[in-house]
Design a binder for this molecule. Structure first.
Ligand code: GCU
Length: 380
């Protein structure tokens, strides 16, 4: 089995966590160039994450995919236009529609950079009541487009034996043990959102970030690994099987997540319940697949279920791949104090004071980071 060669190449500084090194292939070859990374190791890692954790989707972009702008209206006192777009698809088991909401700032002379927010709400009012602020307003004010993608349009968040949503539309009768789970299904939907955004001339599709909180943060990371069209990938408190490394993690374990949410990942993942040290990958390798694109990981100080320390370490141990591309990464191996964001070279991180939530504070840090990135790109 692969494991013997993998255990030979642990990251030395990972100590008791004994993390596998992203820069050694399963055959034990060291990766020293971006070419080797891209042609050899990155694809190998992607396959392992499909095989052991998130699962393989039976479909990419379906031929039946179509977009229909069903409504356009001026909102936020004329500061934004809201477009409601139906993204429709069809397969052997039926049809589905993503009801996308696209808010575009009206004061820009060029296509807008945008954030795609993965979330469970299809209604602005409901979201505002739950979150206590209006994310679209914060983003429009700063000149960003805000795109809301509701995961329930693609797959319900319950263990329904994969009868509904895209599973019902595309899955085979007998699902193999590496078949996609719900997180991978949601990530598939996020890529269909990008398919649409590439056709929308109000949005600069080369500058689209993907962001999600918690289960949607896990989805944002998996989307970012699979779909390199997303220019910036953001995880807010994604915790177990998201940003946080599994080996030595406090809070939610692989066993707990698989038991409570058996539909999120593939069946193979369940064989790693209480065996995280035998997984050939760990979550820092998921983050490393975002390289060289910018990545931001956010934790919350009281969110020990997610485990801020394991989220920070994960980002820290993904740095070697960014360095291969000539970026410094975070520039420190020390977790920062609470409420002190690190704006590094292609990598950002903060540990906000408080509980598990996507707060306006978090969004503001993501926008600050991206503003800075654009300024750097423009040579300011
Ligand atoms: C649960 C689950 C987490 C998940 C969270 C959320 O707490 O255990 O893995 O991230 O729900 O989505 O809010």
């Amino acid at each position: 089995m692969q494991e013997s060669s993998i255990t030979k190449h642990l990251i030395e500084e990972s100590g008791e966590r004994k993390l596998p090194d992203p820069l050694y292939t399963n055959a034990g070859e060291q990766i020293i160039s971006t070419e080797q990374w891209e042609s050899n190791r990155r694809p190998e890692l992607l396959e392992m994450f499909k095989e052991h954790i998130y699962g393989r989707s039976p479909v990419n972009r379906p031929d039946s995919l179509s977009f229909n702008v069903v409504e356009t209206k001026s909102v936020m006192e004329g500061n934004a236009v809201l477009k409601k777009v139906d993204i429709s698809f069809e397969g052997p088991g039926g049809k589905g529609i993503i009801h996308l909401k696209v808010f575009v700032p009206t004061n820009l002379k060029k296509p807008a950079p945008a954030f795609v927010l993965i979330n469970k709400f299809n209604d602005e009012q409901e979201r505002k009541e739950m979150w206590g602020y209006s994310p679209e307003k914060s983003m429009i004010e700063r000149g960003y487009g805000a795109v809301f993608y509701c995961t329930a349009d693609v797959d319900p968040d319950e263990h329904d034996e994969f009868k509904n949503g895209v599973h019902g539309i595309y899955d085979e009768e007998q699902r193999p043990s590496d078949a996609w789970g719900t997180i991978a299904a949601w990530a598939w939907g996020a890529s269909r959102v990008m398919d649409y955004l590439e056709t929308d001339t109000d949005i600069d599709s080369d500058k689209v970030a993907i962001v999600g909180h918690s289960r949607s943060g896990k989805t944002a990371l998996w989307t970012g690994a699979l779909d390199e069209r997303f220019a910036f990938v953001i995880s807010n408190e994604s915790g177990s099987t998201g940003a946080a490394i599994s080996r030595g993690k406090i809070g939610e374990t692989i066993n707990q997540i698989n038991t409570k949410f058996p539909h999120w990942f593939n069946d193979n993942y369940k064989s790693f319940n209480d065996r995280e040290f035998e997984l050939p990958v760990d979550q820092h390798m998921l983050l490393s697949m975002i390289a060289p694109r910018p990545i931001y990981v956010a934790s919350a100080s009281e969110d020990l279920w997610c485990d801020p320390e394991s989220e920070f370490l994960s980002l820290s141990f993904a740095t070697s791949v960014y360095q291969l591309y000539g970026f410094k990464g975070l520039g420190t191996k020390q977790p920062p104090p609470i409420d002190s964001p690190i704006i590094g070279d292609q990598m950002g991180y903060h540990n906000r004071y408080g509980k598990h939530k996507l707060k306006e504070y978090d969004l503001v840090q993501f926008m600050n980071f991206w503003d800075g990135y654009f300024e750097k790109e423009n040579g300011h």
